[in-house]
Design a protein around this ligand. Structure first.
Ligand SMILES: Cc1ncc(COP(=O)(O)O)c(C=O)c1O
Length: 468
């Protein structure tokens, strides 16, 4: 099971443990043999430093070799009966277990309705389409998110409009949204990125003022709360992912949550080939009513989800407690800039635990060297996302047949688009500052959290011994 939780990150830029060995060239300091108290560095006036304080990347002893908690968690006794019974029953397509999972997830999020779908990406696409978003519309998005958020907008034919990140909170900056609203803007798509809630109070007020719909990308924010209310229940739609790395893991899967019955009936119909459902009804025998898709969840996915949901509240509490402890201790290390939660947050999901790295606090050590050094100490970490507002997929969409039919040449000019969508603070966050730890690490003990703090402190105190 080792490192399974990092699979998704392989698609992002990571600084993995495997990379660490490669940096130890012939000139690097050799590790002191276990038990040897000191290692001398060659030079005119040899310094004597302890192997424990010499960074592992420079040949010292790693602070930690113990494995981190596994992810996902599978309890044979608690989890297998429902799944195995379903497999033996042969009822594998959508039926009673999917209904049950939807009821339970809707109740957990606090919405009247919930629809499960194949994944979070399609939860977003379905929501956008059934809220009437399409070609010629503009959708406001953050640049600090996973590609699926923007890919979903492009899949509908709409135009993404990027609003810079508030780097203190890591979320879309609500104070910069209004300046990006035009006559074509139809929706705001805030992402509760890393599982830290976006400022939904401000975002909902802006949406109301301008008559926009709001689709919350809560794919990383299972159980996060603002004023005691769960994210995914504020907007016209909330979208979740149950992909394997997520805080509720099913392998693949997604859900839409909402209190709007008409909208949810349309989503249901759409996910089932466009067949009649609820208020989506036509003349008797009229046949299929809306241009649909096939996005149904399976019974065995639901059976896994029902088991995982039982432990989610307790895991969320543990992540919050460990995150609060880390936040407090790490924030005291010069060069570590702790996150600020947006106003009124009562709970975060901590799909990732972030901090901003300031190399000036680490004697000028680059973030890349810091990450390699921290991984070498036995603390898995990553630099996270690259800026999404500048990647080649945008030009690829603009060169597509559909986009050329829906937009003018000026609207599809990638250079003009790039100029309209500059996000300098997000660039700095992605390229120089962001450091992530994974949610499963927050399911560890206090001693595990101390290992994270002590490893960063060790690198901080010995930054001058690390070669770039
Ligand atoms: C912020 C965000 N949005 C959307 C998605 C898409 O979810 P999925 O991978 O289930 O399609 C993900 C997850 O990977 C995500 O992290």
């Amino acid at each position: 099971m080792k490192n399974k939780n990092f699979g998704r990150r392989d698609f992002i830029r990571t600084t993995g443990l495997a990379a660490v060995g490669a940096t130890l060239g012939p000139g690097a300091l050799r590790a002191a043999s276990p038990g040897a108290p000191t290692v001398a560095i060659s030079g005119a006036a040899p310094a004597v430093i302890s192997a424990a304080s010499l960074p592992a990347i420079s040949g010292g002893t790693p602070l930690r070799t113990k494995p981190w908690p596994d992810w996902p968690i599978w309890n044979k006794v608690a989890d297998e009966p429902l799944v195995v019974d379903d497999l033996r029953s042969g009822i594998w397509s959508r039926a009673a277990l999917v209904d049950q999972f939807e009821k339970e997830w809707g109740a957990y999020i606090g919405t009247q309705r919930c629809l499960s779908v194949v994944n979070g990406t399609n939860a977003l696409i379905t929501s956008l389409l059934q809220l009437g978003i399409g070609g010629g519309d503009e959708v406001i998005v953050p640049p600090y998110t996973f590609i699926a958020t923007v890919a979903a907008v492009l899949a509908t034919g709409a135009m993404p409009v990027f609003v810079d990140t508030d780097v203190a909170t890591w979320q879309i900056d609500p104070n910069k949204i209004e300046e990006k609203i035009t006559t074509k803007t139809r929706a705001i798509l805030p992402v509760h990125i890393l599982g830290l809630p976006a400022d939904m109070v401000k975002i909902m007020a802006i949406a109301k003022k301008h008559g926009l719909v709001v689709i919350e990308d809560a794919c990383q924010a299972h159980g996060a709360e603002i004023g005691g209310r769960k994210v995914g229940s504020f907007g016209d739609a909330g979208c979740f992912s149950f992909q394997n790395s997520k805080n509720l893991a099913i392998g693949e899967g997604g859900a839409i949550t909402s209190n709007d019955n008409g909208f949810m009936d349309k989503c249901y119909s759409y996910h089932n080939y466009g067949n009649p459902y609820g208020s989506v009804v036509g003349q008797v025998n009229a046949g299929t009513l809306i241009a649909g898709n096939k996005l149904r969840f399976t019974e065995y996915q639901a059976a896994i989800g029902i088991g995982q949901l039982k432990r989610l509240p307790e895991q969320t509490e543990l992540r919050n407690a460990n995150a609060a402890y880390l936040h407090e201790r790490l924030g005291k290390i010069p060069g570590v800039i702790a996150y600020t939660l947006t106003p009124h947050v009562t709970k975060a999901a901590f799909h990732l635990f972030p901090f901003r790295y300031d190399r000036d606090g680490f004697k000028g050590l680059s973030r890349a060297a810091f990450l390699k050094a921290l991984n070498a100490e036995g603390i898995p970490c990553s630099e996270g996302y690259a800026p999404l507002n500048k990647m080649p997929y945008l030009q690829n969409a603009f060169e597509s047949k559909n986009y050329k039919k829906m937009y003018t040449t000026a609207e599809l000019d990638i250079h003009a688009f790039n100029e309209r969508n500059v996000c300098p603070l997000n660039d700095k966050l992605c390229n120089e500052e962001a450091v992530w730890f994974y949610q499963s690490m927050l399911l560890g003990t206090r001693t595990d959290m101390d290992d994270i703090v002590n490893a960063i402190q060790k690198i901080h105190d010995n930054a001058d011994k690390i070669k770039e």
